[in-house]
Write a protein that binds this ligand. Structure first.
Ligand SMILES: [Zn+2]
Length: 115
């Protein structure tokens, strides 16, 4: 990537920016990205380079996107989800046991119990 810029810079005499890019690499643009934690990072890219859709947030490592209002979801989503599902499962088991105990209690104490 860098060598491409160097070659381009050495042979371009007068670009649209005139003296600013004389003998230098292509002009760079700063593109803001936001991660799910609302960290803003503004990496710079060569103006003619393809800007990636996502950028790793230097602060928390989450992927950052160019849409501030809709940052990409954290990749840890999967294991987190699995953990959550695991917790949920355990909790529902507990709830199920509690509900069962409650139902048995009701059966025992209810005068209309039919065994
Ligand atoms: Zn971040």
């Amino acid at each position: 990537m860098g060598s491409g810029n160097a070659i381009r810079g050495s042979r371009v005499g007068a670009g649209p920016m005139g003296e600013a890019e004389r003998g230098e690499a292509a002009p760079r643009v700063r593109v803001p990205f936001w991660c799910a934690n609302m960290h803003e990072t503004r990496p710079s890219f060569a103006s003619d380079a393809a800007v990636p859709e996502f950028w790793d947030c230097p602060r928390c490592g989450l992927p950052a996107g160019q849409d501030q209002n809709n940052p990409p979801a954290p990749p840890r989503n999967e294991p987190y989800k699995t953990h959550l599902a695991y917790v949920k499962e355990r909790r529902s088991d507990k709830d199920g046991a509690a509900i069962l105990a409650e139902a048995l209690e009701r059966l025992r104490t209810s005068p209309r119990t039919i065994y």
